[in-house]
Design a protein around this ligand. Structure first.
Ligand code: PLP
Length: 407
């Protein structure tokens, strides 16, 4: 690690200083990170922690991956922002490479995940009116219960999590919620007004909920038959996390629109995108949608470097191989404090015996032992280390989990 940490205030002082001046919309673990490299972060006092969350998959390539930092530095020295009022010399190659990586035709660049989701919703509605012929104002989008797609008012409007929704209405109409992993319910909800089915191929925030084999294929067949779009939110599941570039590839499914974010920004800048077929993304015309920062040269340079890393297949391979280690390690903990888990690639939702504490309490105990994870609901914790983590580091984290659960 290079630059020294700012040690003018202790971790405790910094946490206390946030309270009166920072909106309290988060409840972070009491660790103040000052520096990071690879799978490791260091706090203000110089204590080191193994990062087993990786920014909810935004840090798939670890902290400060040299190729990504170099791409960012090079771009910072040349050109950072143009807005889309002008072209910039980095955007074409970013779009070409991202489309090729995902097997799609076109790219709509945005910044955050929620913006990609909002953009996908707008595109799907426009497609429904212009191509499918849904009467104006009647388009519906079918989503899954326990979804997590972001925090805008439209998106929380179709969340089933009361904490996310309550107090933020009125909400955008036009969404139907069905149980996840239930093709019959989906079939019943789809009709002539349906613009799209929008789902996560694996539900991350719900606790890494992996649907049954055949579900994604079923969604694809059903949406084809119903002449509506399949929009896959791969913001957390995509870009190597599950052992494939996209999680839908586990069933060889090609959605009409794929939403990407998080890791696309290499852990450096927010970069998101909607990628999709020309017949669908082609419905947008000048002035109908946009973002000042979407597709900016710095984002495009970093995004291009991310695509280059993924093109080698190395990270997808690592996620598969280390995923087996993770799965074996968690299987060994069944009955030793772990009551169940779901995993795919280097990503797991681990249900801890509630008698041993909440997910939050287990996360705090792990933190004190130098391992950073995040709880989801109840007694579930989520493991999503950088795909650069070594086998030894992964085993160290599993060993610490065993120790914490035994204590
Ligand atoms: C599947 C999914 N979609 C969308 C989002 C929202 O992304 P952002 O926080 O960048 O808006 C998230 C964030 O966790 C996510 O997991």
């Amino acid at each position: 690690m290079t630059a020294p940490a700012d040690r003018t205030r202790s971790s405790e002082e910094l946490i206390r200083a946030e309270e009166p001046v920072l909106a309290q919309n988060y409840h972070p673990l009491p660790v103040v990170v000052a520096r990071a490299e690879g799978a490791w972060v260091e706090d203000v006092e110089g204590r080191r922690y193994l990062d087993m969350l990786a920014g909810y998959s935004a840090l798939n390539f670890g902290h400060r991956h040299p190729a990504l930092i170099e791409a960012a530095h090079r771009q910072l020295d040349r050109l950072t922002l143009t807005s889309r009022a002008f072209h910039n010399d980095r955007l074409a190659s970013f779009a070409e490479r991202l489309a090729a990586l995902t097997g799609q035709d076109m790219v709509l660049p945005m910044n955050t995940g929620a913006e990609a989701v909002e953009s996908g919703i707008k595109v799907a509605r426009k497609w429904a009116y212009e191509v499918k012929g849904v009467p104006d104002g009647r388009a519906t989008i079918v989503v899954a219960a326990d979804n997590f797609h972001g925090r805008t008012t439209t998106i929380v409007g179709f969340s089933t999590d009361e904490t996310a929704r309550s107090g933020f209405g009125p909400f955008t109409p036009g969404f139907r919620v069905v149980p996840y992993n239930d093709l019959a319910a989906l079939r019943a909800a789809v009709d002539d007004t349906t613009a799209a089915v929008l789902i996560e191929p694996i539900q991350g925030e719900a606790g890494v909920v992996v649907p049954d084999d055949g579900y994604l294929t079923g969604v694809r067949e059903l949406t084809h038959r119903a002449n509506c779009l399949f929009v896959a939110d791969e913001i957390q599941s995509g870009l190597g996390r599950t052992g494939r570039t996209l999680a839908v590839e586990h069933e060889s499914v090609v959605p009409d629109l794929v939403l990407l974010g998080k890791a696309l920004g290499g852990g450096i800048v927010p970069v998101s995108a909607v990628v999709g077929r020309r017949e669908v993304l082609g419905v947008l015309r000048p002035g109908e949608h946009g973002s000042t920062f979407g597709g900016n040269p710095l984002a495009a340079a970093v995004g291009t470097a991310v695509v280059e890393l993924l093109r080698t297949g190395e990270f997808q391979r690592r996620a598969t191989e280390l995923g087996s280690v993770l799965r074996e390690g968690l299987t060994a903990l069944l009955g030793k404090g772990v009551v169940g888990f779901r995993a795919r690639g280097l990503w797991a939702g681990v249900d801890v015996d509630p008698a041993l504490g909440t997910g939050r309490e287990v996360s705090e105990r792990l933190m004190r032992e130098g391992i950073l994870v995040k709880d989801t609901h109840g007694s579930t914790i989520r493991l999503a280390p950088p795909l650069t983590v070594t086998e030894d580091e992964l085993r160290q984290a599993l060993g610490t989990l065993e120790k914490v659960l035994a204590a």
